[in-house]
Design a protein around this ligand. Structure first.
Ligand SMILES: Nc1ncnc2c1ncn2[C@@H]1O[C@H](CCC(=O)c2cccc(C(=O)O)c2)[C@@H](O)[C@H]1O
Ligand SMILES: [Zn+2]
Length: 353
């Protein structure tokens, strides 16, 4: 990176800029972040698993026919997480992969119900993620916060259990900041989760459901009106409703856009048809995120490169995009201004000849 002022060739230079850019990630799943390296380590502990460990076989295994197929494969990786030590290893190693990409802050979506229902003790689960969080901050310089999400398809019992784990003072982990809702949207209406979101919000958690990933803009309206969403996971189909775009812009509700994910799950046909640019043109705050990076053959740096292409961004534009994530994050005011200043310093050092 030392001679970047001398030899500038557009795309290469932009990739190097992205690689060093301090970033925040707001939409990334815990189990969905298990890289081939982490999957191999977990599979070695549990040799009876069906998940391949060889990277080439994994690439095939992570090729999805549609969203339902994606969830099926996702759950086979969930089955690899069986002990508190697996949880700790996954969490810390995910932070290590983030640190390599200069991710300074991440809100990691965790589905605690999937682990507790598989027999992991709830106290041990919370201790494992908190232990990894503290180690990641001290040893890797990555600040992690948690979003606990309801796996929508698993029904209201899972919702009850998730809100209990998120709000019981004896269990609730210190790093927990928000409450989410994931899984399939088709056949899983958002309004039924209102009482659980009400309880989470009353306990001080922020509302960040997935909506409009695989269904239309009415699901995003439901997430706003019933679940009091402060940001929307994906929100892709909002592009079909100009009134919704105006509402998101007016109320500064950020979309957590995950472009490569949308192609991998076949929510959007091609990157060129992705509505990211329409969101920006409508004044909606957008952030870019990786969702389940190894499963979708991506990482956060690649999502920034995709956004740079779709939005024709230069270095300043990329720095502004990174600051959108800081602004839309649940960091406190001091944390936000420090990370935003770090981004500004990086960009101005890079751009000053
Ligand atoms: N792009 C995504 N869009 C939406 N969600 C995504 C995405 N990526 C990852 N997820 C995760 O998938 C989980 C779904 C898990 C689920 O529904 C389920 C159903 C029945 C049983 C079990 C089980 O554990 O036995 C789990 C969600 O909680 C969410 O965290
Ligand atoms: Zn997601």
């Amino acid at each position: 990176m030392t001679d970047h002022h001398i030899a500038r060739d557009g795309a290469h230079d932009l990739h190097a800029f992205i690689a060093g850019l301090p970033k925040a990630e707001l939409h990334v799943h815990h189990v969905g972040s298990a890289s081939p390296r982490i999957v191999s380590a977990l599979a070695a502990r549990h040799p009876d698993s069906k998940v391949p460990t060889d990277p080439e076989a994994l690439a095939d295994y992570f090729t999805f026919t549609d969203f339902a197929h994606f969830i099926q494969v996702y759950l086979s990786v969930v089955d690899l997480i069986r002990t508190p030590e697996d949880v700790r290893l996954l969490t810390f190693e995910v932070a290590r992969d983030m640190a390599r990409q200069q991710v300074r802050y991440a809100e990691l979506t965790i589905t605690p119900w999937s682990s507790t229902r598989r027999g992991i003790d709830e106290r041990a689960f919370m201790d494992a993620i908190e232990d990894a969080r503290k180690a990641a901050e001290a040893e890797l310089g990555v600040v992690l916060r948690w979003c606990f999400d309801i796996p929508g398809e698993a029904g209201l019992e899972a919702a009850e259990e998730t809100v209990r784990l998120a709000t019981d003072d004896r269990l609730r982990p210190e790093g927990l900041v928000s409450f989410g809702l994931g899984g399939p949207e088709i056949g899983v209406p958002r309004p039924q989760f209102k009482p659980y979101f009400d309880r989470a919000i009353a306990a001080g958690l922020r509302s960040v459901p997935h909506a409009g990933e695989t269904t239309g803009p009415e699901t995003v309206w439901d997430a706003l009106n019933d679940l009091r969403a402060e940001r929307i996971g994906h929100g892709t189909s909002s592009a079909q409703d100009p009134k919704l775009l105006a509402h998101l812009a007016e109320h500064r509700i950020a979309l957590e856009v995950c472009p490569t994910s949308n192609i991998a799950t076949r929510a959007v046909r091609t990157l060129d048809e992705h509505p990211l640019r329409e969101f920006v043109e409508a004044g909606v705050p957008v952030t870019v995120n990786s969702d389940d990076p190894p499963m979708f053959g991506t990482d956060l740096n690649n999502e920034y490169a995709v956004a740079a292409r779709l939005l024709a961004l230069d270095e300043q534009g990329l720095a502004a995009l990174a600051k959108n994530a800081v602004e839309a994050s649940f960091l406190d005011a001091d944390g936000k201004s420090r990370l935003a200043a770090e981004i500004d310093t990086y960009a101005s050092t890079w751009l000053t000849p």
